[in-house]
Design a protein around this ligand. Sequence first.
Ligand SMILES: [Zn+2]
Length: 410
Amino acid sequence: MPPQNLPLLVQPIDTVVQRNERGDDKCYDGSYSTLSSTTTITNPTESLSNEYYAVKWFSEWEGYGCVALKDIGKHTIIHEEEPMLKAEQITNALERHVNGAHMTPEDDKKYLENECCLKKEDIDKLWQLHDQHQDRYANGKNEKRLWGILMSNTFENEENNYQRRLYVQTSRFNHSCSPNIGYDFNNWTIRLFTTRDVKAGDTLCIAYSDVIYFFPREKRQKYLLSAMKFKCACSACSPLPHDIDENQRILEKSDENRKRLKQIGMELRDRVESDLYDATFCIHVNDTIKRVSASKEEEKTKEITETEKIARREQLMERVRLRKLSKKIPIGEYDLNLIMEYIRILEHENIDHDMIPIFELGYKVASQIGSPSTSEWSSKCLKLCQFSKGIDHPKTRAFQDRIVRLPGKK
Ligand SMILES: [Zn+2]
C-alpha cells in the first residue's frame, strides 16, 4: 500500500468547529453545547500549544488550526504524544454506541470516567474535539457523541496491528494536500516533525489521507468532502492568488504530477512487486466519488463528447502499449530511474512526508541487481527511520543490522 506509515482511515477532522470564549462548541442552530457542568477551561487552546506552535482560531469557516511560533528547520520533532484512548477502550466505545448501550453523552462521559479512568479535565479536553457526525444523531439535538468524536479523530497504523488511538493534541492539526508536517509512530507514541523549513506564522498541517498521492485536485476535494466532511482549500488545492492564468498553470501541473505518481506506482507494482500503489484504496476513493456524483443531478447529466471519448481511448491504448513494452525491460536501472522520478515528484509536490517505503524500494531493487547505490539507499532508510521512529524502534534496529551486513562492512 502507499507510504506504509499512513493509515488508510486517518480522520482527524477539525475544520468547521466554532466556539465561544468558554470553549463550548457552537451548534448548527447557533447555540453553544456545554462541555460539562464543572468545566473551568476558558481557552481551549492554551493547554494545546507548545514552544513550536500554538493552536489558534482561524475563521468561522476554517475553525481551529496550528500556527508556527518561530522559524523551525526541516526535520525538527515538534510534538510527541501518547494516546488518551487506545485499542479496546475505543473499540468498546464504538460497539456500545452501535448496539445502543450508550444512549446519551452522559453515558459516554460515565464510560470515559469509570471504565477508561479519565480525569474530568481530560474528558473536557476530549469533548472539545470535532464530531463530524454531530448533525445526524437520532434525537436531532446536534449534540456530540463519543462515537462521532472517535470516528472523526482516531488514527490507525501498522504499529500495534492497526489498533485505533486518539491523540487529543495532534487532532488539532488541520489537513493539507501538501503538508509541512509529517508523522510517524513508535509503539503507541506519535511523533510530529517538520518536512521542510517553516517560517513563524506558517500554518502547520498534516495529511489526513493517502488520497493526496494519486488524485488530481477535483477528485481529492470530492473525496475529502464526502468522506471527511470538509472542503479542502489547502495550498495545493487553492494556490495563493497570482494571476488567474498562473494559478491555472500551477494546478494543471500539480494534477499532472499526481497522475504520473499513480502511473509510476502501478508500473513499479507490476515490475518489482512494490506496494506503493494501493489498488484497494484507489477503488474505494473512486467508488466514494462516484456515489457522491450520482446523487447530484448536474453530474448525472454531464455529457462526454465524442472527441473526449476518442482521446481517452487513445490515452488508455498508449498506456497499455507502454506497459507491455516496459515488461520486456529487465529489472535494473529502468526501475531505479522510475523510483528517482517518483521521489522528485513527491519533493516537488511537497508530499515527501513519508519516504521510508520508497527508500526501501530503492534498496530492494538496488541490492537485487548489485547496484553500487545499494548502501546509499540503505543509509537513507536508516537515517530517516532513526529520526522519525526513534533509535530504539525495531525497524531502525533492523536497518542498522542490514547496513552492518552489507558487502564491504564488518
Ligand atoms: Zn487540498
